[in-house]
Design a binder for this molecule. Sequence first.
Ligand SMILES: Nc1nc2c(c(=O)[nH]1)N[C@H]1C(S)=C(S)[C@@H](COP(=O)(O)OP(=O)(O)OC[C@H]3O[C@@H](n4cnc5c(=O)[nH]c(N)nc54)[C@H](O)[C@@H]3O)O[C@H]1N2
Ligand SMILES: Nc1nc2c(c(=O)[nH]1)N[C@H]1C(S)=C(S)[C@@H](COP(=O)(O)OP(=O)(O)OC[C@H]3O[C@@H](n4cnc5c(=O)[nH]c(N)nc54)[C@H](O)[C@@H]3O)O[C@H]1N2
Ligand SMILES: [Mo]
Length: 761
Amino acid sequence: MTQKPVMHSAHWGAFHAERSGDQLLIEPFGGDPDPSPLLQNFRHALNHPARVARPMIRRGWLENGPGPDRRRGADEYVAVSWEEASHRVALELKRVGEAYGPAGIFGGSYGWSSAGRFHHAQSQVHRFLNTTLGGYVRSVNSYSSGAASVLLPHIVGDMNEVARRGVSWEEIAGHSEVVLAFGGLALKNAQVASGGLSEHTERGFMQRAAQRGTRFISVSPLKSDLPEEAQGEWLALRPGTDAAFILGLLAVLITEGLTDEAFLARYCVGWPQMVAYIRGEEDGVVRDAPWAAAICGVSSDLIRQFARQLHGKRVLVTVAHALQRAEHGEQPVWLGLVLAAALGQPGLPGGGYTYALGALGHYGKHHNLVSFPSLPQGKNGIDRFIPVARIADMLLNPGTRFDYNGRQLTYPHIRLAYWAGGNPFHHHQDLARLRQAFCQLDTFIVHESVWTASARHADIVLPATMTLEREDIGGAPTDRHLIAMQPVAQPYAEARDDYTIFRDLARQLGREEAFSEGRDARGWLQHLYHQLQEKLAAHQVQTPDFNQFWQQGILALPQVKDGGRMINAFRADPDAAPLPTAGGKIEIFSATIASFGYDNCPGHPVWREPQQKPSADYPFWLIANQPATRLHSQLDFGDFSQSGKRGGREVCSLNSEDAAARAIADGDIIELYNDRGHVLASARLTDTVMPGVVQLPTGAWYDPVDATAARPLCRHGNPNVLTLDIGTSSLAQGCSGQITVVQVRKFAGEVTPVQAFIPPL
Ligand SMILES: Nc1nc2c(c(=O)[nH]1)N[C@H]1C(S)=C(S)[C@@H](COP(=O)(O)OP(=O)(O)OC[C@H]3O[C@@H](n4cnc5c(=O)[nH]c(N)nc54)[C@H](O)[C@@H]3O)O[C@H]1N2
Ligand SMILES: Nc1nc2c(c(=O)[nH]1)N[C@H]1C(S)=C(S)[C@@H](COP(=O)(O)OP(=O)(O)OC[C@H]3O[C@@H](n4cnc5c(=O)[nH]c(N)nc54)[C@H](O)[C@@H]3O)O[C@H]1N2
Ligand SMILES: [Mo]
């Protein structure tokens, strides 16, 4: 059966979809100059065997009732009717709510879910818990930018202002002479933006800039972090050592009189403290080029030449999210800013500092005049939270105190966790420890459309529709198209959308009106669209009515060119337009951060030895970065994601010489391991990964041979079996999962097929 193509949108692009038999034909939106191949992951997704067909309850929970249980992750499931499932969920929420209040419920529900702004699952969970149970323990910051989003407001300004309204791609194409990208500018990453992006323009901008003569330099352990189009240079640096490298560059600039002292004096606070630290006046350690070279694995000559080449040029420094997703991840973010300041660049067209350029399709873009309204969340009656990546610590250590951004907080005792639209067994570190943490709960409820590892650890799994099975509106503040996301199929089996599930639960809890305000899903879409119309009308912009918008499928929105707004005004007149920091200037030294007294994040940026570093037992750095073939774990069974695997297993790239030393051939199944577990992957030999480094992307669904093992073996290739679960520092407590240390060998055990996509019993 073939139907008319409909308009739809994902985090990785807008498209037309049409059913043809059991396949979907996907045609990228015609206005997209460089559509993402990730779209092809939808092709066979609708009826994939990994779909959750019916409400399911874990046998142990069904038989014994709520309570801590070590069988989570290794139990059977029993199919139940919707009536029974939602009745049991409602009763359990009532029980926990009455006994412990909102402080017993964790509703952070971190995760990317789908592009539609109404069915945004995390917003639905929050609204539901606020309107029915009076609130929940929430999570703050993100896995993306945990360290940076806490640090940047202290030293220059809000992260979104710096990343999204920093230096624009247009300015780079027109003005930058050097783009120094720590962590590179991989096009694989800019394919994606939350809420969707209808036009992929990074490739074109890099081409334009390179043609004009911009010199792109990628500092990274992987050559692939800079696309061909940039015609750039690759500087291979040991992972986790960028802070030392930048200190070495600063030392050269200082010694050779190449710093912009006038800029530093007028626009910054704390440069003298930085200089004293580099010169060793604080502790006797001189941080010069040879000192940095020994840490980073490059020559001191290279550091000297590199520093000299930056002087006198229009230089833009950008630091990828990846660098701060590591122990002391605050430091390279801070030092990137200090380097830009020492060169006197912030506020000049195409120069200065921008955070995470190219890491997401949002960054370096223009903004819509007004943004699409989000679903109102209601009021959370309690103010208890954790930094998002401290979830396992919280579940394992209730009542324990921890540091965060100058505060001492206490982990609450969580009895029930509710998740929709995220996959903690994708995003979190040290999965064996995470399983232990989830085993402490009384009850773990998950809405999912597919049997992810998180669903397999839940007590109650409620089948959710996929985005393709419902109507919604897709939009992002940096995308000039609003998309009417039209359904292409009926819900799979018994799946329901998150809103319908919550509305039914709210009814059983006697709070339906508070949750729904009497609207069905279409009613909410119209309501949110009308709010957008009103916001635009206040700027004299007329828009078609909802029905017309729905028929045309797309609406072009007016934008403003506000890139660099904050920093340009500051440069023009720092007294009239101070930065939103304590001193109104760029803080090379922050008295606020110093006052917190954290040795792992003092008042000015530093180099601190990480707890993890290569050793005789675990000599390799593992880079666990974002996958090129999917968004996180989403649609890992999809056509494009599968095309990147070998024999169904994830591919691990390693340097040919390292492989030869271990008699590993291309295509061999290798085992990566450390104290936390073992992971199998297919070896790919290459010279584009520096020696001493192996790379295994995130997102292969966790497939433990024995989930209850203390050091589990994942036969599919999920690197979070191996990553260490510690915060970046006492300041931000961010996720540090980007890098860890491992040993690698040819796998000698029995190889069994990947079973991650076969639903549990
Ligand atoms: N080691 C390591 N770990 C990392 C990172 C790293 O660099 N290294 N990166 C981190 C980063 S930056 C991030 S953002 C996280 C990402 O972590 P997540 O955002 O948790 O990952 P996703 O795979 O996007 O999870 C979204 C889930 O929502 C489900 N879903 C989609 N739509 C709906 C819906 O409408 N309703 C419901 N109920 N479910 C839906 C999908 O099936 C999927 O399972 O991972 C982090 N983890
Ligand atoms: N295709 C695709 N794109 C995505 C995502 C996805 O899942 N798939 N996820 C999106 C999300 S939610 C986010 S937050 C962003 C994340 O954006 P990032 O965190 O920046 O992305 P990564 O690919 O994890 O890392 C970028 C590169 O940094 C390099 N790197 C790692 N460690 C170091 C280091 O210590 N020093 C230096 N100099 N370089 C290092 C690695 O080689 C890596 O390829 O990506 C977004 N884009
Ligand atoms: Mo992220």
